[in-house]
Each structure stands twice: as C-alpha cells, then as structure tokens.
Design a protein around this ligand. Structure first.
Ligand code: FE2
Length: 503
C-alpha cells in the first residue's frame, strides 16, 4: 500500500543527494514533481509511466525554463527499490510542457511494480503499477475501478483518496478530467483563469487539478486507462462542432488541437495517442486474459452534431437519421469485430455517455424526453450496435457523464442484451442526495432502469468467469474534506443472462 508519507516527501529535504547532484539541485526553485506521477495503459509486459516537471505549477511552463531537461526513470519489483528491474533515461521537452511519457516493456505479466523518476537531482515520489495477465491466461478474478467527472469547483476529490486505498488492477476513467469553465462564484474551490482557450490555458488548468493530493494518490496507486469526454475541450462539443461558442469548424479545430495537446501532455497514455494536428487515436482495447475484453470508445471526436440543437427534448427527425452517428464507421466496425470474436468470458464496453435511451420526463410532459447528447440522440447507430450484442449475454457497458449512478439493462427490440452501469462523479454537481428529485419519475417511466443514486463517488467491479458485480461507492459529502465512504449498492449479472440482481 502506498502511504501518505510519499506525498509529503516533497522538497529537497527529503532527498539524500550525491555531491554531483547537489549542484544540479540549485536549478529548482521548488520541487519539480509537484503534479505527481502516474501510470497507464497496462499490457502483459509493461505500462506507461508519466510525470511532468513543474516546480511552479500555475506559472507559464510550470515554472520551467524553455530548455530540455534530462530525466531518469526506474522500475523496481519492491517498494524499497532494492530490486531494480528496468531503468533508463529520457528528456523532458518544453514543446510538451516538460511532460515525460515512458513506455516500459519487457516486464513480467500479472505483476506489481514500482516506478520513480529523477531530474536535476530531485527524485519523484514513487508510484505503483501492475501488468496485465498474459492474453491466453485464465485469470479467475479481476477487480478494477471506474471514475470520472471531477469538477474542481464543485467539491473535493475525496473519492480519489478512497479509490487509492482500494485493491485494484486498474482504473477506467470516463473523462471530464478537467472542466473548461472560468471561475464560479460561489465555488467550493475556484478555478484559476478564465474559460480555457489557448494551449497555455489548458496546461495551467491541468496543473491546477493535478496539484490535488487526492488525485495524485489515486494515480500513484493504480494504472489508469484514460479517455476523454467533452469538458477536456468544451461543453458538449461534437466532432468539429462547438455550438456553445458559435464558431466555424475550422476555428474550433484550432482550439481542439490545443486541448488535445494538453490532454496528451498530462495523461499516462502511449505514443499511439500522440495527437496529430487536431486528432487523437483515443479508442483502443485491452484484454485481461480470457476473463474480459475491454473496448474503450471515443464518443466525441467523430460524432455528428447533436440532433434537434441538443439538450433534453422530444425527438425530432434527426434522431432517426441513418447519417447520424456517435462513433465513427471505423470505430463501429472495430467494436463489432471485437464483439463478434467473443473469446473472453466478458465483453466490456467502457465509454462516456449513456447508451440506454432513457425517458427523461420530470413531469407529465406529453412525450418522451431524450438526452440528445447521449446515444439516445443517435438512434440508428445505437440500435445497430445493440443488435450485435444479441446472443452474447456477456456484455457490460460502463458509462459516465451523468453525474448520477444508474444500473439498468440495454435492449435489442424487447430483449435485454447487456447491463449498463453509469458511474456518478468524483465531485461534479456537489454533495447530492441519495435519491434525486427526478429519481422517482425516471424509475416509473423506465422499466429498464433498476437503480438511481445521486451522491458522489466511484464504481468498483468484481469480475469472475461466471458473475459480474458492480459496487456503487458513495461519499456523504464533497463540499468539505474528509467525506465518509460507503457501499451504497451492489448489482450482479450472471454470465449468460442479461439481468440485474441487487446483492
Ligand atoms: Fe461531467
């Protein structure tokens, strides 16, 4: 277990340096690993390790000079770093905000490892990562976390402190890692800077969020599979469209390019996710032996603009347009191929926005109200994907975006074909209540929906060859530090039968 000690061990006092290194230490105005360390995208033989040199996180360039800085990294099989199994050197470049991404390979499968960095005589706190089991192995259990939606202004990241203490193989992040807005008033904690526009703006916002010690603890404790949703760029953007700012697609792509660059710089992702112009290869997969295949989707970058001018509305004709899509044709074909292969006990679709088409009526409105920013606004593709799940009886969809916990069933025509678990938020929308004001109406209007809760927190998933369990972990508050965690509910699905059982 990582201890708190690691996160207060900053500053030169905690570092015992060799004489040659002491001279280099004079470079630092403050310790450069102020944004912590992270690991991500584990495979059976390695993972990415990440950090960023930023002695003064909110200053331009994190307080770094505009020059490259050499850095070293180490991987150990023990927390005391007595047994180093890999090491190397790299360069932190100003072009990439002095971020460091190392793709470590050649490690043993299904093992825990520890990693740390060194630059200019300073040593980083260490992080813990874990390789995946071999593709052809037969693991009997998997436990992982699901989190996202972390509006800094809405509350503390206490959920991450608890997530760090969980025993997990990895964490899937469904996006909204930052929010792009300027300062709210009042706010639990205020954003520095205005509405994000330039690369420097986005970098500074990541630096503010990543200065949070709870968030750092979660990254140091577990490897993450990172995706993004809308707020990493702009509220409800869709492909090349940003309707909130009424700009042309050409203009929006400039901003998206800045946002994507900053996202890459701050995420423990592989070289394959290096942005090319205003594009990123976000969707990708992972396999946990023969127990689970995970497909991480990109439901933002390729979608057609939201139908009916977006919002919560009754459907207009665009909702049923065969040209409307939320994932690209290539991405859909890739997903369908993976589902058709079906060579794992479970097929997991880890994505961002709700796949159930909920009736979101809050009162006695005459017709069904849809969330047009979700899959419900793209009904032809939604139906097509659901039809491909029929007969598999092992599909679980993991979702974020809603800032509310939901458990429900996905249907192909009138047959249930998959379970969908929607994770709440780390902090977005503040403390919340067990049952939201709209909860009773939603449950009454949506028989496929089995559970609603509107507190903050995260999910943990316990997976065995025969049963899937999702635990809804919630906090009593995020408006002040020290929120208490409890397990609000556990829902189970047996493999072979798309049905939900309250445990
Ligand atoms: Fe969100």
């Amino acid at each position: 277990m990582l201890t708190r000690r690691l996160f207060v061990a900053s500053g030169a006092a905690a570092f015992v340096a060799a004489p040659a290194i002491v001279r280099a230490q004079a470079k630092w105005r403050a310790q450069p690993f102020s944004l912590g360390v992270a690991s991500g995208d584990p495979s059976p033989d390695g993972f990415v390790i990440w950090t960023r040199l930023a002695p003064v996180p909110l200053d331009a360039h994190g307080g770094m000079p505009i020059e490259s800085m050499p850095a070293a990294w180490e991987i150990a099989s023990d927390e005391g770093f007595r047994s180093i199994v890999a090491r190397g050197s790299t360069v932190a470049r100003p072009e990439l905000a002095h971020s460091i991404h190392v793709e470590v390979a050649g490690l043993k499968p299904d093992r825990r490892y520890f990693y740390r960095f060194e630059a200019g005589g300073e040593r980083s706190p260490h992080g813990r990562a874990r390789t995946l089991p071999l593709t052809m192995s037969r693991p009997q259990r998997l436990r992982f976390g699901v989190a996202g939606c972390q509006d800094y202004q809405s509350g503390y990241f206490t959920a991450y402190r608890h997530l760090a203490a969980e025993d997990l193989e990895f964490v899937y992040h469904y996006g909204d890692y930052i929010y792009e807005y300027g300062p709210d008033n009042p706010a639990v904690r205020q954003h520095t800077g205005d509405l994000l526009m330039s690369l420097g703006d986005y970098r500074r916002r990541y630096a503010q969020y990543k200065s949070d010690s709870d968030l750092q603890a979660a990254h140091a404790a577990h490897p993450f599979f990172m995706t993004f949703d809308d707020h990493e760029v702009r509220n409800n953007w869709a492909g090349d469209f940003d309707d909130d700012d009424h700009v042309t697609q050409k203009v929006f792509r400039r901003r998206r390019q800045a946002a994507f660059q900053a996202w890459y710089e701050h995420m423990p992702v592989r070289r394959r996710q290096f942005p090319v112009g205003s594009a990123i290869q976000l969707y990708r997969g992972a396999r946990f032996g023969n127990l689970a295949r995970l497909d991480f989707l990109d439901t933002r970058q390729f979608r057609t603009n939201q139908p009916c001018s977006d919002g919560y509305k009754t459907a207009c004709a665009e909702v049923y347009s065969p040209r409307a899509h939320i994932v690209s044709a290539d991405e859909e074909a890739w997903l369908i191929r993976n589902l058709r292969r079906n060579d794992t006990h479970w097929n997991v679709i880890a994505q961002q926005v709700m796949m159930m088409s909920l009736d979101c009526r809050k009162d006695a409105a005459p017709g069904k109200i849809l969330n047009l920013d979700s899959w419900a606004g793209y009904e032809v593709q939604r139906k097509r994907v659901l039809a491909r799940m029929r007969g598999l009886n092992n599909v679980v969809v993991l979702t974020g975006d809603e800032h509310t916990n939901y458990a429900g069933l996905l249907h192909d025509r009138d047959q249930p074909v998959a379970a969908e678990f929607v994770g709440t938020s780390i902090s977005s929308d503040g403390d919340g209540d067990d049952m939201p004001s709209f909860g009773a109406g939603y449950l009454a209007n949506n028989p496929q929906l089995k559970f609603i809760n509107n507190q903050r927190g995260y999910l943990t998933c316990d997976v065995t060859p025969d049963e899937w369990r999702t635990n809804f972990m919630v906090l009593d508050r995020v408006s002040t530090p020290g929120g208490q965690l409890s397990k609000r509910a556990t829902f189970a699905m047996a493999r072979g039968e798309p049905a939900l059982r309250l445990v």
